[in-house]
Design a binder for this molecule. Sequence first.
Ligand code: ACM
Ligand code: ZN
Length: 577
Amino acid sequence: TDDQGWRIEIKKYPKLTEIGSKRVEGEGTEHSGYYTQEEIKDIVKYAADHFITVVPELELPGHEMAAIAAYPELSCKGEAGTPRVIWGVEDIVMCPGKEDMFKFLEDVIDEMVPLFPSEYFHIGGDECPKTSWKNCPLCQQRIRKEGLTADKNHSAEEKLQSYVIQRMEKYLATKGKKIIGWDEILEGGLAPSATVMSWRGESGGIAASMNHTVIMTPGGNGMYLDAYQGDSKIEPVTIGGYTTLEKTYSYNPVPDTLAAMGKGDYVLGVQGNTWSEYMYSEAIREYMIFPRIIAVAEIGWTNLDRKDYKDFERRINNAYVRLDEHNVNYHIPMPEQPNGSCNFVAFTDKATLEFTTSRPMTIVYTTDGSEPTAQSTVYSAPLTFTENTTLKIASALPSGKLSTVRTIQVEKQTLAPAKEVEKTAPGLNMQVFDGMFLNVKDLEAAKLQPRETKVIEETRALTAQTPSPESMRGVKQYASVATGYVNIPEDGVYYISSDLEEVWIDGKLLVNNGGEVKRFSRHDSSVALAKGLHEIKAVFLGHIIGGWPSNWNDGSIKLRKEGQDKFTKITGDMLSH
Ligand code: ACM
Ligand code: ZN
């Protein structure tokens, strides 16, 4: 269960699945689905037949928006809502001031317990904002009645969260279940028999020093399998982070401090988390899980003195052959360019392209437009080009299987001349249009008059307009187009990057994120520019694609001059009209 969908049939509360299992995405399509109790039994049995125990997680008291959409009276204010259509943490949560809320959770548990024979039952407990409890008379009454007073470590509302967890712990104990909760359950007093999942770093492992069992799953230490495993400029979009196979393998689940205290045995093991909000298909889900999950498994059962990454790396090539037998779409590191991979490389005299991989791999390529194979030319040193070329490049496994093939256009250009402009004023001209547009074509077809025209100092303003119509919670439904000049500091080839819908320079569409999740653009480009003023046009569309609201971006456009390491934002002093 989560904010974005309720996924299990509960017979006593049919609206959980009728309403809570469905959401209309920002794109307008319905996303829905849940497991019937019979299907759950089937999965649990199939897993048990393979020596796997399925542990359910019933999120509470936060991450419950899907249930609240079905039964609004479960929240403090009882406002009508829908399952959350965007990612991130929802601030509408369950109301522990209401006795009926506990009744609801107990009823749900009553139907779940017979389906899951596991010893453990996960009650979530993470990411529960406390603002609605602060303002809720019933929650405040509960705080007073139960004597949940703030102390120097915890607010009264954090104590209220612990009250919820401890009540659930007691209830589940009557069903013979032990609870697991995310490390937030430490805030406000730990339930006596709880197992803690340490996800925000390793500090939740502190529970082991209090003789509680813990499961280590720190995101920063390679246990979040939803993080990037290569360059964000070419990999499928993710929530962020960077977790190579080596990083996952190198995690030691028993922190030295616990080992030194003799509490290492309280570490039950590790977990690799695969939050699937950015995994838009089964294929991508497999790509994110494999091969890192094999490293998670191995660190779970291997003593430190037997760990050997080099040997693991060798063996993983054999594991790939086995995964191929099961048609698993595992990740193969792609050839990447230092300082940001780019599929369009402009040059004036010659281009030298260097490639690396996130772990040692053979790289093969062609320059005649043909698809590379494992037998194509092997990359051994940076490639130099003096003519227009289509470079196709991939990594190759010992089995002969290739990674995703990258196609890179290499193009000879002359420096685009600067514009002679008599008089300019600071900033860009921006037009704002009302409405929600999924793509530029629809905006153009609408032939709208701008709601507003004004000068903006920075491109940040593109995503930060206060709109009148908002058809989805907090998501700005408008389009903005800014035009003017950008002052290029010196002659050269510039790489350009932005999460906006489009960026044009001198009438050329350079960055086109059309149809993409506007999170980490995979559409950088490059262009040869003379020092001086160049026409620039930037387009923002306020919409939700793939659960990501485009107005969560800062509107920036970034440049990196060839030869430099870093992108820097175009600043207001470079803009004029
Ligand atoms: C979590 O990633 N919110 C446990
Ligand atoms: Zn309340």
